[in-house]
Design a protein around this ligand. Structure first.
Ligand SMILES: C[S@@+](CC[C@H](N)C(=O)[O-])C[C@H]1O[C@@H](n2cnc3c(N)ncnc32)[C@H](O)[C@@H]1O
Length: 212
């Protein structure tokens, strides 16, 4: 929880919503697990472990074969045996191999880390569950550097019209994985029912053998 100290919304309390729509997120994760052979056969790495609400709802019952979660905030999830404390960007290269499902329940933007997974992961079939909140910043005229570069919209002005290109930007992110031989086999999208234009994606991909 934080309070804005200046500008139009000074004094307004802002709360980051960790699990705005657990049902929608679960639909995506259940689908990914099913596509990858069922929970009992799946190993899952959560890059944004949080307090473990996704774990409890999606990976504990029935239990997945193996699980690990990263969490940057000290103490959050600390009582959970499969939690590793630290920054996902730093931990990912060490732990990236061997998972069937990569869970990126990011606050806004999972795409840069998804690209790192596409780059580092050994060849084979795997799944990604992604929480994407970039429509809202785009609506406000902002788009982070990677998304501008991946989508080729570098030259566009920072204005609210950017959100018209949301679908293209996301498609460009999927296509960008092709740099590392990763192609999409199947994908599913669910719209959040409670948060403005947040979307959840489940993606089954294959990384070609010659991209080790
Ligand atoms: C949207 S919440 C995820 C909620 C979580 N999936 C759950 O089930 O409770 C995002 C979480 O990621 C954590 N986080 C944000 N940036 C991170 C980073 N760079 N590395 C690891 N964790 C991070 C936040 O502290 C927060 O707990």
């Amino acid at each position: 929880m934080s309070t804005k100290t200046h500008g139009k919304y000074a004094g307004v309390i802002k709360k980051k919503i960790d699990n705005s729509d657990i049902e929608g997120k679960k639909v995506i994760r259940d689908w990914c697990l099913e596509q990858m052979g069922g929970a009992a056969n799946c190993t899952v790495l959560e890059l944004y472990g949080g307090q473990g609400k996704i774990y409890d709802a999606c990976y504990a019952n029935p239990p997945v074969k193996k699980h690990m979660a990263f969490e940057i905030k000290k103490g959050v999830g600390a009582d959970r045996p499969t939690w590793v404390h630290g920054d996902n960007k730093v931990l990912l290269p060490k732990y990236v191999q061997g998972w069937d499902l990569y869970d990126l329940d990011a606050y806004t933007e999972p795409w840069q880390l998804a690209l790192v997974i596409a780059h580092l992961r050994k060849p084979g079939r795997f799944a990604l569950a992604l929480t994407c909140g970039v429509y809202r910043p785009m609506h406000g005229g902002a788009l982070v550097g990677y998304l501008r570069q991946a989508s080729g919209y570098n030259g566009l002005p920072q204005n609210g019209l950017l959100c018209r290109f949301y679908e293209d930007v996301i498609q460009a992110c999927f296509n960008d994985w092709g740099r590392f031989g990763v192609t999409v086999e199947e994908a599913k999208r669910v719209h959040s029912i409670s948060t403005f234009n947040v979307k959840y994606y489940g993606v089954i991909v294959n990384k070609a053998e010659n991209h080790g």
